[in-house]
Design a protein around this ligand. Structure first.
Ligand code: FAD
Length: 318
């Protein structure tokens, strides 16, 4: 069966959810093999999790290179494995780092690259990836016609499904190419205790309608009641009400959660570009003509300062 290499993202010794989604999607196009890099002592438990989610083989490589340098050691490892194992495809999460790794691997392999896929299926000529393009106005299905397909997949594109497999661990000695940029220091992001925006299954976003930085309190309360991440429109970010790291849209982050709640957001095309692939969209806006209502599954015409607290209370009561 076609071997699909899946780069397993991990943090703090645990597998990150997008990697489980990749393993789930990989099973649709072949037999997944997990690639676990620079996990140190956590490698065994990460490998076990990868096995639970369908990895027949788990390639483990360790070394200070993976933590002391930027992406090149990971590129070395993935390229080497893709060549040695004759992989049928390489899957990487669509994060900033993931896309850089994927692009470099594709270049080294002389292959085609597809980024930001939201769906994968098996096709006659290899994996078929669905992308959402032109501010999510169109869905494009594409295959790679040259070399080993390298595909990045957006978080939340599939619900992780366990499917226990052998998960046989194979240690790999990577021939590092060196010449990599070194990490000088790391500044941990101040944790809000909320899920990472691009990975969260639920996102609650506020826009100019929130009116002020303090107005985001109602957005945060609803988000916390749902275990959601908080997003913001550019108008809210430009006004200084919420950090740019939380901006959703063309010049912010792309999110694709199971549920997206837009409060006081008009639905400009540049905002849609970052959230239109969300599975269920709910909008709260006091203007019944707001363009956001053209794409919602559920719309509430009303004042967000009345509607959001009621929603929060209702969820808290359940
Ligand atoms: P508005 O368009 O002002 O809408 C506010 C909405 O709140 C209105 O619909 C109003 O009816 C409603 N409202 C007001 N008070 C209440 C209330 N009390 N209760 C309920 N509803 C209320 N935008 C992004 O979001 N992300 C991007 O990444 C992005 N990138 C851009 C890139 C470029 C090159 C350009 C040109 C623009 C970009 N924009 C982006 C900006 C975008 O065009 C819009 O200006 C922006 O999305 C508007 O934000 P908003 O919906 O919060 O504000």
């Amino acid at each position: 069966m076609a071997e699909i290499l899946v780069l397993v993202d991990h943090a703090d010794g645990a597998v990150r959810k997008p990697a489980l989604e990749l393993l789930t999607l990989a099973r649709r196009i072949g037999e997944p093999s997990a690639v676990v890099l620079g996990a140190g002592e956590a490698a065994a438990s990460i490998a076990a999790t990868a096995g639970e989610y369908g990895a027949a083989t788990v390639y483990v490589a360790d070394g200070a290179e993976f933590t002391d340098q930027l992406v090149v050691p990971k590129v070395d490892a993935l390229t080497q494995l893709a060549k040695e194992k004759g992989a049928a495809a390489v899957l990487v999460t669509s994060s900033g780092e993931g896309k850089e790794i994927a692009a470099r691997v594709a270049l080294r392999l002389g292959s085609g690259l597809i980024t930001d896929a939201v769906e994968l299926e098996a096709g006659e000529n290899g994996p078929v990836a669905t992308q959402s393009v032109f501010a999510a106005s169109y869905q494009v299905r594409s295959t790679v016609s040259h070399g080993v397909p390298v595909i990045t997949v957006k978080p939340n594109s599939a619900a992780p499904e366990a499917a226990p497999a052998a998960g046989t661990v194979e240690n790999v000695a990577v021939a590092f190419t060196g010449n990599a940029a070194k990490v000088v220091s790391r500044t941990p992001r101040v944790s809000t205790g909320r899920p990472e925006l691009t990975e969260s299954a639920i996102v609650v976003s506020g826009g100019r309608g929130v009116g002020a930085a303090e107005g985001f309190a109602v957005v945060e309360k609803l988000a916390d009641s749902l275990g959601a991440a908080v997003g913001a429109s550019r108008a809210a970010v430009d006004a200084g009400w919420y950090p740019h790291a939380n901006q959703v849209g063309q010049t912010g982050k792309q999110v694709s959660p199971q549920l997206y709640v837009a409060a006081g957001i008009s639905g400009a095309i540049q905002h849609r570009a970052g959230m239109q692939t969300s599975k269920t969209i709910v909008a709260v806006n006091k203007d019944a003509e707001a363009p956001i209502f053209d794409l919602v599954d559920y719309g509430v015409v009303g004042d967000l300062f009345e509607v959001l607290p009621q929603l929060t209370d209702e969820i808290g009561a359940r």
